[in-house]
Ligand binder design. Structure first.
Ligand code: NAD
Ligand code: USQ
Length: 405
């Protein structure tokens, strides 16, 4: 099995590449290091000391004897490099992580909105167009988001991608159809993921590209068994107000003695998955590829839901941290319920890691170990959803939104 991992230097992509390599796949990584450049722009760095790509790959070779090849280029811009690589490597699957993934970052200014849209939509379209032009039978596995659905339901479980609807025609007949679940993005970043869905539906219909779209919840945790094998393999841990996600942030805040930053009432309910389940789900998705001619396979990649204020209480109970209810910088419902269908992965054999499995303590230990690397000034979330923040915090090459790389 040959797998091309686009975005393989990132938080989900790096442990996935190692997991697949250890499972016996021949893995090649593409990454333009835009995420590391964004850290430079934001003047922050991963709480964990992540190593340069060549050091990471050498450590993996020493630990396992396995080679992972790496190409540095921009998937959204360098179409012909992508196409040649597909032709040379002829992967069975391409796992596509290579997008700007932070909702707050995508809302910082008009530049950040344009960069996120340009990067994400071109990356996805390039992957699909290159798969078609290569003439190869490549399964595209994409990391999407639970946020494509919005976070509310009409009391039912959010289905896995498709909604059965009944339409009454003018002559009184009833027609049943399955349609893509109505898109309801909550940020420019989430909007790009809803548009990715249309690209998959189109290339699947027109060119019969086999696609699996994984609607993933918020990923928490840091390490997997593979990234733990050597300090040089350590995974990224984002904690800042733009890239840090809620549970990892709370655990880090507790570790450095910073009150937990609950936005608003903390009544927001979201879906979660541990990083060790992320890598396992991707392996399962590759093993269970859609058949030829099958429509886009959509799976909800999450294992549990939690309300933000409940998470704060759990972390506070474990660590003794205080909780600070701060003004919510985002434009989102203050309170919502969330029920999600995730039967497909469970039927494939996923055994979820949950908050109850003790890994909260493991993340706390990592956060404590690297606490001195934390810049407390970077903790508050300052990206305002509603502000006309045009020009705020512009990168130096602000005219061209085409790359952060
Ligand atoms: P990340 O930013 O850590 O990793 C993304 C990687 O892709 C980075 O290394 C970046 O340099 C690279 N990249 C971005 N644009 C690129 C381009 N044009 N060309 C080449 N490389 C490019 O993000 P992550 O947390 O690993 O997320 C990976 C994917 O999973 C994203 O698409 C995200 O939307 C999705 N996802 C993440 C989470 C989460 O909680 N982290 C949850 C749900 C879905
Ligand atoms: N929140 C707080 N305090 C904080 C940080 C966040 O209360 O310090 C709240 C936010 O206001 C929001 C919720 O926690 O209501 C989740 O925020 P988040 O930053 O943890 O996650 P989100 O912005 O939704 O994005 C993350 C990933 C994104 C992925 C998404 C999955 O960055 O790539 O697509 O989770 S989902 O949330 O299911 O759409």
């Amino acid at each position: 099995m040959r797998v091309l991992v686009l975005g393989g230097d990132g938080f989900c992509g790096w442990p996935t590449a190692l997991h697949l390599s250890e499972a016996g796949a021949e893995v090649v990584i593409v990454d333009n290091l835009s995420r590391r450049n964004i850290d430079n722009e934001l003047e922050v760095s991963s709480l964990t000391p992540i190593q340069p790509m060549r050091v990471r790959l050498a450590a993996w070779r020493e630990a396992t004897g396995n080679e992972i090849d790496y190409h540095r280029f921009d998937v959204a811009q360098h179409y012909y490099r992508l196409l040649s690589l597909l032709r040379e490597f002829a992967p069975d699957a391409v796992v596509h992580f290579a997008e700007q993934r932070a909702a707050p970052y995508s809302m910082k200014s008009s530049w950040h909105k344009r960069y996120t849209v340009t990067n994400n939509l071109n990356a996805t379209n390039n992957v699909l167009a290159a798969v078609v032009e290569s003439g190869l039978d490549i399964h595209v596995v994409h990391l999407g988001t639970m946020g494509v659905y919005g976070y509310g339901t009409a009391g039912m479980k959010i289905p896995e991608g498709y909604l059965r609807v009944e339409i009454r025609t003018d002559d009184g007949r009833r027609i049943e159809q399955e349609i893509l679940y109505p898109a309801n993005p909550g940020s420019v970043y989430h909007m790009t993921k809803t548009q990715d869905q249309l690209a998959f539906a189109y290339y699947n219909k027109n060119d019969k590209v086999r696609v699996t779209d994984l609607h993933q919840g918020i990923v928490w945790g840091t390490q997997t068994p593979q990234t733990q094998r050597d300090d040089r393999l350590i995974n990224r841990f984002d904690y800042d107000g733009d890239y840090g996600t809620v549970l990892n942030r709370f655990l880090m805040q507790a570790a450095v003695g910073y009150p937990l930053t609950v936005h608003g009432t903390g009544g927001q309910t979201r879906a979660f998955i541990h990083i060790q389940d992320t890598v396992r789900c991707i392996e399962l998705a590759i093993e269970n590829a859609p058949k030829h001619g099958e429509r886009v396979k959509i799976l909800n990649q999450m294992t549990e839901t939690h309300r933000v204020r409940d998470l704060a209480k759990i972390v506070s109970d474990i660590t003794g941290a205080s909780v600070d209810y701060v003004d919510n910088p985002r434009n989102e419902d203050a309170e919502n319920d969330l029920f999600v269908e995730n039967r497909q992965f469970l039927e494939m054999g996923l055994e979820p890691v949950t908050l109850a499995n003790g890994l909260l303590t493991e993340v706390t230990e990592i956060a404590q170990k690297y606490a001195e690397r934390c810049d407390r000034d970077k903790i508050p979330a300052r990206s305002q959803w509603r502000a006309a923040s045009v020009g705020a915090g512009l990168p130096a090459d602000a005219d061209q939104p085409s790359t952060a790389g």
